[in-house]
Ligand binder design. Structure first.
Ligand code: KIV
Length: 272
């Protein structure tokens, strides 16, 4: 058996078993080469619908389609071997009814071969989460700031900064957990609320702009690498790849303009 065949992909159950244990490292991934790099360090690769903004230059995630998600997710599966690949259900593909959600989530699972899907929403989506899980589709929940609701929320605003909002957000996380989600993303919520929810729910919480006390963390890969422009306050830059790429392109352009590229070592000599 080759060493490649021995690597087992993590499953949704493996992730659930990490509640209050070893922190769950998650990054978004949208392409095969980045997935291959991230796979060496991550437990979960999230094919987030943030790809609409990060890769396709959209203003929000609202216009992302199921076809876009499937195409990117297939690339991420091809690039990775160990991490659990979770695919975001895009806006409009699951909210109408549990039946609509099942049809589209089943298509994602079938065409991508991923291990789970993610959908946004708390109490109102709990029946749908239960419907999917009971029919064999592992679901990651997502509460707090839910970017697909940007037009209702009036922008990408942190949630729960006012204590009066805490019971509703806490109830959202509890409903998702009780419906059978294997983990839940807490996005852009007040830090003490994230601590409280993490202590209260039985499934792992994956924080983004939440708290270091969450059971795991997720960041948009391109943001933390410094490849995107303006990033939210909660993003920490772990690399300066934007600057490095800019310098590489400037060096290339200078060599082309000076007719120094391709030089010796990068051209083919005649053999006979
Ligand atoms: O779409 C996405 O990348 C996400 C993460 C930010 C959690 O949902």
């Amino acid at each position: 058996m080759s060493s490649q065949a021995q690597i087992r992909r993590l499953t949704a159950l493996d992730i659930t078993s990490r509640k209050a244990a070893e922190p769950i490292v998650t990054l978004t991934a949208y392409t095969a080469p980045m997935a291959a790099l991230a796979d060496r360090h991550c437990d979960i690769l999230l094919v987030g619908d943030s790809l609409g903004m990060v890769v396709h230059g959209l203003d929000s995630t609202v216009a992302v389609t199921l076809e876009m998600m499937i195409l990117h997710a297939q690339a991420v599966m091809r690039g990775s071997r160990r991490a659990l690949v979770v695919v975001d259900m895009p806006f409009g593909s699951y909210e109408e009814s549990p039946g609509q959600a099942f049809r589209n989530a089943a298509r994602v699972m079938r065409e991508v071969g991923c291990g789970a899907v993610k959908l946004e929403g708390g109490q109102r989506m709990a029946p749908t989460i239960r419907f999917l899980v009971e029919r064999g589709i592992p679901v990651m929940g997502h509460v707090g700031l839910t970017p697909q609701a940007v037009n209702v929320l009036g922008g990408f605003k942190a949630q729960g900064r006012n204590r009066a909002q805490w019971p509703a957000i806490g109830a959202d996380a509890a409903a998702v957990a009780e419906a059978g989600a294997f983990s839940v993303v807490l996005e852009a919520i007040a830090e003490p609320l994230a601590v409280e929810i993490t202590a209260a729910v039985a499934i792992p919480t994956i924080g983004i702009g939440a708290s270091a006390a969450c059971d795991g963390q997720v960041l948009v890969l391109d943001d933390m690498l410094g490849l995107t422009g303006r990033v939210p306050k909660f993003v920490k830059l772990f690399g300066g790849l934007g600057e490095a790429a800019d310098k590489a392109m400037a060096d290339y352009a200078a060599e082309v303009r000076a007719r120094r590229f391709p030089g010796p070592g990068h051209v083919y000599a005649v053999k006979d």
